[in-house]
Ligand binder design. Sequence first.
Ligand code: GLA
Length: 722
Amino acid sequence: MPVVFQNRKFHLYNGSMSYVIEISRDNDLLNVYFGKYVDSDEINTVYPGNRSWQCYKSMEGGCYQLGLLPCEYPTAASPDFRAPAFEAEVPSGVNTFQFKYKDYEIISGKPALEGLPAVYAESGDSVQTLKIITADEYAGIEIDLFYTVFDRFNAVCRHSEIKNIGKDGIKIKNAQSVSLDFPNGAYEYIHFPGDWAREKHISRAAVTVGTQGFETRCGASSHAENPFMIFGDRGMNENYGNVYGISLIYSGNHSFKIECISDILPRVQAGINPFMFSYCLAPGETFVTPEAVITYSANGIGEMSRTFHRLYRTRLCRGKYRDLPRPVLVNNWEGTYFNFDRKRLLDIADEAAKIGIELFVLDDGWFGRRNDDRSSLGDWFANEEKLGGSLGSLAEEINRRGLKFGLWFEPEMISEDSALYRAHPDWAVSVPGKKPLLSRSQLVLDYTKPQVRDYIVKTVSDVLSGANIEYVKWDKNRMISEPYSDSLPPERQGEFYHRYILGVYDVLERITSAFPDVLFESCSGGGGRNDPGMLYYMPQTWISDDTDAVERLYIQYGSSFVYPMSSVGAHVSAVPNHQTGRITSLSMRGTVAMNGAFGYELDLAKVSGDEKETMRAQVSFYKKNRGIVNDGDYYRLLSPYETDYSAWMYVSGDQSRALLYFAAAALTPNPIPIRIKLQGLDGDRLYTVNHETYTGRTLMNYGVYVAVNPWNNNFIYEIEGL
Ligand code: GLA
């Protein structure tokens, strides 16, 4: 059983991990331990001596100073002066809180989070959820803390539920999903900043005294900072160190903070960004925070990633495609942009079929009067003149060629030049009396309004039922400025950003459950909303508009720290590359794109015969191996940040097969051969690599030699166990 309560201590554990919470002498919840498995009856909080500037309470057992103790869910203006996880305004103006332990419940399984995406349990899973009830009776607020532990994942899923148990309304100003106080030590943290077309680059820094972290304020998880942080021992690497991965299952404004005051324990928090956030709670109402998943690895960053991959692939992603290898697709965007007609599309489909591609995706420009990015968002009606007939007939023609048909939408947006805007200008997010600001010539639909959501669910559903559409790309190409809704009273405007995201989740839940056979891929100008919240509804993401193979080495490397590669959309595009102008070989582009949900994004009708032969070989190689890309264990071997070379591998669950990938971002003249040490194999087993046979031990300790040169700057080796 993963949760035990004994001697005023909760011990959440599985064979390799422990999380211990203690009820203190004064009924505060203490965050005693999170790490490798321990015997919880042997660990106890040591209460520090008196420190003069801290508040104290004299009580049996000596002076009690909460501000020096590791707190589980610290609250504002309590005796703890460090960063609070909870702040609120109550009608009395007494906005200081002291939440005390009240009760607990151990729930078998994992309850869903109302209206929010979250990790789920399936029958047969060994999983328990601990609910600890705390209350500040004076303020009339109860906070329930939830912790779920699975037997087979080194992870704790946390969220809190704030309940108004008083007689008057309150206003929440800050409610973090997780707060953790780590013991003193030397730590580092890693996060994944970026921008459009260069998402999830890596930033690593030592944790120092002061406040550090990152946040977003544009209404989305954003290109700028992914909602994910690695916190661990200084010097942690792929295979060394105590490592904690903190991932927020949320697609809106997020905040990740580390606070160190003097030598007092470093505090790490993650949750909804308090920036422009407030939430009114009437008596009897409950506010649910998003879920944070914290994984623990005693063996470095690689194991942390593999825990996230397994957990998110199997217990966050849902639907028919969760466990299925993804179809190889061709997308017409970089091939044609807006400039296509039926013949041009069918020419691409003809060539795609010959190569073995399985899915044709029609991107932007098929609806309304959209021939550039300035019009028609919101008018989800096929432009039959441009398409040379109905969508249904186009889908049929594509299907006749042996391909599935998929379609692009951008359902959260509205163009000023659209029938929808002319009919409902009040449906666009805007501030009264001011002309709304444009971004990519478009505005955002106000998803806080139920009538807007109903309209979108209906129009998108009509398109999906009107033709044989088996894939949807759900795009979102701008961020939210001027957060305001005329549907909310002034005191509730602080709810806008959060309610917008709840509205998106509502629409996605309705559409994805009504069309369970459709494969959904999320997108936001590439990776502007590549987060676990989206993965709950859509099992893959177009993670970047940058299709340059070298740039992708960095972007996909960053993604691999938390997101399963089965969720990473990756395409071969034309050269010179449209984002960087770089020319890379077709082989290199294929190697890099086969590290994920593989596809092509170029005009296949313009490709030479030799190139088509290479593509045919790539598609057939990928089809043979995509099972392992979908659910194999992922090992990063060479970092593009540390060398000119990238290498990674997938190992099947039973260690009987593996794939070794190598790609050189740059070459120097006369390079000496390099040795790549493999990981994850069975040391005693024999494997063939490149027609030679070795033990797993040799491959992992000695490695394989690679002579890198301009003709051998990328490859994928199949490794077969004998
Ligand atoms: C975004 C997407 C692209 C493409 C265009 C279409 O930029 O990321 O892949 O769909 O929109 O406008």
